[in-house]
Design a protein around this ligand. Sequence first.
Ligand SMILES: [Zn+2]
Length: 76
Amino acid sequence: MTTAVASRTPLTAADRCDRCGAQAYLRVELSGGGELLFCAHHAREHGDKLREIAVTVHDETDKLTDTPATAPEGER
Ligand SMILES: [Zn+2]
């Protein structure tokens, strides 16, 4: 396996939401080569539309959720 696929660079604290400047947890790569960054809030707000136009969606919003180990089941 020597395939050099463009590595999925993890998002860092330096990546900021394009909308509000909060730390980004979602990176959207567009077909034109552009890139958009969104915080968890705006990722959720624009999520459906983003996935329509995106080539790749790098989603790290699950990093955010401090899911309690004791989360009740069947809540969704
Ligand atoms: Zn935001």
